[in-house]
Design a protein around this ligand. Sequence first.
Ligand SMILES: Cc1cc2nc3c(=O)[nH]c(=O)nc-3n(C[C@H](O)[C@H](O)[C@H](O)COP(=O)(O)OP(=O)(O)OC[C@H]3O[C@@H](n4cnc5c(N)ncnc54)[C@H](O)[C@@H]3O)c2cc1C
Length: 456
Amino acid sequence: MHANMIHTELAAAQLPEEMPDLDWITDPARIDRLSQDFAWFSPVLKRQLDGKRGDIAVRPRTEEEIRRVVASCARTGTPITVRGSGTGNYGQCTPLQGGLILDMSAYSAFCWARGAVGRAQAGIRLAQFDTQAQLAGYELRWMPSTFRSATLGGLFGGGFGGVGSINYGPVAAPGNVLGVRVMSVEPEPQITELRGPDAMQLHHTYGTNGIVLELEVALAPARPWMECIAVFGQFDDALEFANRFSRAPGMVKKEVCFLAAPIPEYMTALAEFLPTQCHAVLLVLAPESEAGMADMVKAHSGHISYRKTAEDIRASNRTLIEFTWNHTTLNALKIDKSLTYIQSSFTPSRNMEQVKALEKLLSGEVMMHLEFLRNKDGDFNCSGLQIVRYRSEERLNEIMAIYRQHGVHINNPHVYVVEDGKQHNLDPQVLEFKRRFDPLGLLNPGKLRVWEQLTK
Ligand SMILES: Cc1cc2nc3c(=O)[nH]c(=O)nc-3n(C[C@H](O)[C@H](O)[C@H](O)COP(=O)(O)OP(=O)(O)OC[C@H]3O[C@@H](n4cnc5c(N)ncnc54)[C@H](O)[C@@H]3O)c2cc1C
């Protein structure tokens, strides 16, 4: 074992002696679990991250507890990996160099909702945040399909957006996140409030450049959303409907998810609503838009096979949201463990043409799952979370290369370094914030290439 690793392990082991009043987790099986996320969706990451784990975990309840732990780690040079609920897909909360797992799940109070703005501690679950916002007549602007367990800090640190992004774009769109309260990792931790673009320098950086304590976000007016499934016999009909409905300005919607055959067959819990070989569009929409939506489905030779009102959804606690975004992949993986996925972003002006060309070329091997949304600049577009029949790493890379050749952008989900995924054009300011909030390089080491290269 490397001398540094031994030092880290020893320093981590001494933390509970120094602060016995904190909620420590030392049980090896629990630490193993807390060291993992959903990187196992990728056979590549599964192999690369195998055996990577923290040495100890802590579940602080107050800002003062976080401050004491962080100060001690800074004094002893112990790495810190921040964790929300561990639903990330890229090994974001898997410690590469051991050390402490800072589990934020008990730091989860809802602070306030004032008009269309809400603020909470980072460890709050998104479902809990949404429930609180609803009491004030508002709701979250984006719900990842993991909303029941994922935290607000985790969505900001490692997520993209989700249901609602068709109206408000991704989390990264200016105006969505208004401010963050950040703690630095130093022997005397500093606390700073960052607003607007400054706050966004900590978005999707995997907890490498500051510990987010609180987030303030803009909210949307709450609505009694209903859920429907439209099914079609032809790929093109389903695709054209999803595209037209997404853009229809008079129809209010929150989610449009396109699942080409044979993906619906993996959604076994919905089997009675999904005819064999169908192409399905899963919808979350406002009740006043139902009639217009139904007319549009008919015009594209489809029919509605499933319809639930907001009251039905509340009473059953069952939502189509948990069949969209990466829950589609999860549902498919439950049936066939040999599958994996890719993430792609089409070109707004010719996305339909690109989707059809790639479907023609790769159907059978790559199954088309699209999420309709508005991008950061407000353009309507679709993003792919295509399911792939995995053959080899080489073939997976070939498939992504074919997508790129068609002008489609790939956000590779088979990598764990910040810059290799969505953040390929990393803003140089991220490094400035790293210097400011983590001058010792202790936060999630090994994940931010620009820092690793600087300190090599
Ligand atoms: C089945 C499935 C479906 C998914 N669907 C979606 C989706 O619809 N949309 C989407 O965007 N994502 C989706 N994801 C990815 C993931 O669920 C989300 O990004 C989620 O919001 C992460 O929250 P978490 O609390 O689990 O974060 P974690 O996985 O615990 O953490 C994510 C990253 O943020 C960092 N972090 C966490 N808290 C803090 C903090 N307080 N300060 C600094 N850094 C912090 C961590 O270090 C880590 O790098 C999905 C994943 C799965 C497995």
